[in-house]
Design a protein around this ligand. Structure first.
Ligand code: ATP
Length: 229
């Protein structure tokens, strides 16, 4: 009997070179962000996912924590998670943060070939048409929409047509080109939001460790943030 030869040398999982950015206010960063970003890096097979805090968000109220405090909480939250990084360019730039300007800057840095993926939750996607020069985002990179508990597909026909025009069915396909496409991805669905965390803290409740990293909780207490005395 001829025993078929089996290749027993296991190949390392290829790491794709791509720039993956996850913008947000992170006021504060919570475990929904952290766990989803870790899972995202695994799903895409990319080395790191950069969390990118805005300075002054253009479409929502100003954050309660300062930019420096939010960056500090980000670094505490990602400690020990090698697949996560922080990109402080919007904070360093000061003023209103426009994602399209950030994408233009990043594209200039990485050159024309590398995939650039801008991630956002479904709730952020629903408001995309209010973003400054939103249709230009795809000139510089891809958009990846992450499903989120209690967030549903928007009904805005123009946004849905835009999505359908540029969509690819598998988020991994975004890694095959530099820009111009959109996809959505369902991650682990962590039902936590910064609004809920701030509300809990204001009412004197301590969020659980599955909602807020203990180091971030300690920092919030030490800085008397979000109504903690
Ligand atoms: P807030 O409740 O203050 O609006 P948030 O929890 O939505 O805050 P942001 O910093 O605004 O947090 O979120 C940054 C990005 O991360 C947004 O695109 C948002 O949709 C996404 N996001 C936030 N929480 C989750 C989550 N639990 N799962 C998936 N995506 C999330």
């Amino acid at each position: 009997m001829v025993i078929p030869e089996v290749n027993v040398i296991s190949k390392p999982i290829p790491i794709t070179h791509a720039k993956v950015l996850w913008g947000g206010t992170f006021d504060p960063i919570h475990q929904g962000h952290v766990l989803s970003a870790i899972e995202l890096s695994q799903c895409l097979g990319v080395h790191d996912v950069a969390l990118l805090p805005n300075c002054q968000p253009a479409h929502r109220q100003s954050p309660l924590a300062t930019a420096q405090q939010r960056v500090q909480m980000l670094s505490l939250a990602i400690e020990g998670h090698d697949e996560l990084a922080i990109d402080t360019r919007e904070v360093d730039r000061h003023g209103l943060s426009y994602s399209v300007l950030t994408m233009i800057e990043v594209r200039q840095e990485i050159g024309p070939v590398m995939p650039l993926i801008w991630c956002m939750g479904m709730d952020a996607f629903a408001g995309l048409r209010q973003w400054h020069r939103w249709q230009e985002l795809l000139d510089y990179g891809h958009v990846l929409v992450l499903t989120r508990p209690a967030s549903f597909w928007p009904r805005d026909p123009e946004l849905l047509t835009w999505y359908a025009t540029h969509k690819v069915d598998d988020a991994k396909h975004l890694l095959a080109s530099s820009s111009g496409q959109v996809a959505h991805l369902k991650l682990g669905q962590h039902a936590v939001s910064a609004t809920q965390i701030r509300r809990q803290l204001r009412s004197g409740y301590q969020p659980s460790v599955t909602e807020l990293a203990p180091a971030v909780a300690q920092y919030i207490a030490s800085q008397s943030l979000y109504g903690i005395n």
